[in-house]
Design a protein around this ligand. Structure first.
Ligand SMILES: CC(C)(COP(=O)(O)OP(=O)(O)OC[C@H]1O[C@@H](n2cnc3c(N)ncnc32)[C@H](O)[C@@H]1OP(=O)(O)O)[C@@H](O)C(=O)NCCC(=O)NCCS
Length: 465
């Protein structure tokens, strides 16, 4: 096929650029600038050339002036000529071709992104079109200023003052995360001299993106809060779609956080979802400090680490008591329990991430186990990735739990942390208070399947419009 001169009917590509109305389509589309063009190749052989009609991060519509000679699935390379940019080379294949509503042919092309500079440039281009008001943000000082003014740090740490060392750790982590697009993404609504609002998405488990660090300036800024939250959070929720491993969206929502609780918690509770696609697991945040002296431990309890059989038993206990979505999203399943994929991705960015199982035995039998996890300081502002969960092997035993929390305190101290959080998933507070942890209130672990991210964005639009 030879190159074709293009005639595009004006009604196909209006001159103004505006996002298409939001629909639960998985990848939101936008009309393309009229000068944007693409050439498609099979191997190195030229196939066709045309103008982009619309595009998303994962595909594009291409209009040629000629009537299509037929279906062609084998296109492997696209050269994209975008206004004001160097040409980009991406991989893809045509998914459909039609002659309806255009004078030539309209090809639907699915992009398959190989990691690399051109894919990153494509995503940046799509973001500029879809999200012109927001930007990636990695300026730690401006972000800290926002989190500090919005009271985020104090709300999350439940202290009157910003805990010592947090700001420095945040700055170091932010610099590392700036080069780790498969671990984290922070986007902000920039103002004249400050950030009006920001949100971070983080990947703490193999196929899970966690929504965290949402904050906006406490005063009335130049933009209405509903519009600001809608645009910013839409961009954040669309981001994980770029990760081929993306399977779950996770949010640990403090019950005091009205907006997040309505956005994530109330959405997950909607009856319309397929069983297994969403879960809400309530918990209580208990904070432990490494400087607090340990509570006395019963002498007949022995601490240790879990054998592989004990770890298997632990996973069976979890499978019997927790929703599958929750277990999958937190990598509390045999195939991913060691966090190896996450550790590898994080360590490439110079970030630490770990998990271990501590057990307490009476005689030779395990009474209970603590799953202790840690992440690079400063990555989660409130330290909620330095988290402990306790699983009873037998009937609940407060003495065993206190012993495990003492052991956890030593575990975090050995890693230079000032504290940790205990995700207490029962109403029994007595052992946590006995272990001298502070009650920081109720929260929900909210999990939704990746297939629900478009309906979640539609829900976001409905609650903020
Ligand atoms: C989190 C934060 C950005 C939310 O912004 P906010 O302006 O306080 O959000 P609001 O709770 O007022 O909700 C914004 C809009 O969402 C919708 N909404 C929120 N909760 C709703 C509910 N329960 N029912 C219906 N609509 C709701 C409404 O449209 C609301 O606008 P309205 O008040 O004009 O009706 C802001 O509170 C903040 O920066 N807090 C400090 C940091 C923090 O605690 N972050 C949370 C971490 S989980």
């Amino acid at each position: 096929m030879s190159s074709v001169a293009l005639r595009v009917p004006p009604r196909v590509i209006p001159s103004s650029l505006r996002p298409l109305a939001h629909s639960p389509r998985r990848h939101r589309r936008i009309l393309a600038p009229s000068e944007a063009r693409a050439t498609l190749f099979r191997g190195e052989a030229f196939v066709l050339e045309g103008a982009l009609r619309d595009l998303s991060a994962h595909g594009l519509g291409l209009v040629t002036a000629e009537i299509s000679p037929g279906w062609d699935e084998d296109i492997t390379t696209l050269e994209l000529k975008l206004p004001g940019r160097s040409p980009l080379f991406l991989s893809g294949s045509t998914r459909h071709v039609s002659t309806a509503r255009v004078s030539g042919s309209l090809y639907g092309v699915q992009l398959r992104h190989a990691l690399g500079r051109d894919a990153a440039a494509w995503f940046a281009y799509v973001d500029e079109l879809l999200h012109p008001q927001t930007q990636p943000a990695f300026d730690a000082d401006r972000l800290w200023n926002l989190y500090s003014r919005s009271n985020y740090v104090r709300v999350m740490s439940k202290t009157d003052r910003e805990p010592r060392g947090w700001r420095g750790a945040f700055a170091t982590a932010t610099a590392k995360l700036a080069n780790a697009p498969l671990v984290s993404c922070t986007v902000a609504w920039p103002g004249e001299e400050r950030l009006e609002a920001a949100v971070t998405m983080l990947k703490p488990f193999a196929s899970t993106w966690l929504g965290c660090h949402l904050a906006r300036q406490p005063d009335e800024g130049p933009v209405g809060k509903r519009l600001l939250l809608r645009q910013l959070v839409t961009r954040a929720l669309e981001y994980p779609e770029r990760d081929a491993q993306f399977a779950w969206l996770l949010s640990w929502v403090h019950r005091d956080a009205r907006f997040s609780a309505h956005l994530f918690g109330d959405f997950a509770r909607l009856p319309a979802h397929k069983p297994g696609d969403a879960a809400v697991v309530p918990f209580r945040i208990m904070r432990g400090r490494v400087t607090t002296p340990n509570a006395p431990r019963k002498r007949w309890l022995r601490l240790g680490t879990a054998t592989s059989e004990e770890q298997e038993h632990l996973l069976r206990r979890l499978a019997a008591t927790k929703p599958r979505a929750y277990l999958e999203a937190h990598d509390l399943v045999p195939a991913r329990f060691d966090l190896s994929a996450t550790r590898e991705a994080w360590s490439k960015a110079g970030l630490s991430r770990e998990r271990e199982v501590l057990v307490v035995r009476r005689g030779t039998s395990v009474v209970a186990a603590a799953i202790v996890e840690a992440a690079e300081p400063g990555v989660h502002l409130a330290g909620w990735l330095d988290a402990v969960r306790i699983v009873d092997f037998d009937s609940p035993d407060d003495d065993a739990r206190v012993a495990l929390l003492n052991a956890a305190r030593a575990w975090y101290k050995a890693r230079g942390r000032d504290g940790f959080v205990y995700f207490l998933e029962s109403n029994n507070l007595a052992h946590a208070l006995a272990a001298r942890l502070e009650d920081q209130g109720e929260a929900d672990a909210v999990v939704v399947a990746a297939s629900l991210s478009a309906p979640l964005i539609a829900w976001l639009h409905s609650i903020t419009t």
